[in-house]
Design a protein around this ligand. Sequence first.
Ligand SMILES: [Zn+2]
Length: 244
Amino acid sequence: MKLGQRIASIELYAQPGAAEPAYQPVLLWDDNGATLVDTGNVGQMDQLTKAVQDAGLQLSDIQRIIITHQDIDHVGNLAALTKVFPEIEVWAHPDDIPYITGAKRIIKMTDGRLSHMPEEARNPILALFGQLPSIRISRELQDGETLNIHGGMRVIHTPGHTPGHICLYLPEEKLLLAADELRVVDGELVGPAEAFTPDMKEAVRSMHKLAGLPLDEVFCYHGGLYDKHPAARIAELIQSLEQQ
Ligand SMILES: [Zn+2]
């Protein structure tokens, strides 16, 4: 789906024929080349390749990948991509880098959770753990910095869902890429999934950094686009989450 001038969502489905995409990376391109924000879940390279082509680009056009956070459904195809295209840069927040490079185990992929998975789900994840140490990080993203992407993309560090979770803000488009800090569920903008957010209080504190941004649209990795007065909705959401 087109999100703006030279910005498109990459729709990835958990199963063939699913009604809604489960994961939605974002592809942006400008005179500095193409940027992919997140990479989908493990084993989705074919879907990713096709979706990038549908957006009018090729995987080989991608110059950099921004990883919003360490979770498996965001780093799932990172090693596969950098294996085929070793020159692709990988950018992430330092608080999640040790997990993205395999120096530490991805926080939510505990032995307990892995042992409850069917083998066909677990094996590709274990294979990815073996590949992550090959990831070289080209750039550490800091809170508040402006990246030379799409006329200036601002990094907003929003810990809680993971320690190094970031959102990305595009002032020219008044568009927030919220990653997993916000979701769209049944058409409504809501907070991160509590079951997968180890520090919910911190995640709500992080939401204050999003309040007050001039916003026309929020795009969530899970649930996609929200464009019904998002700034007012975020303020309302903070209030209701803080009362819980
Ligand atoms: Zn996610």
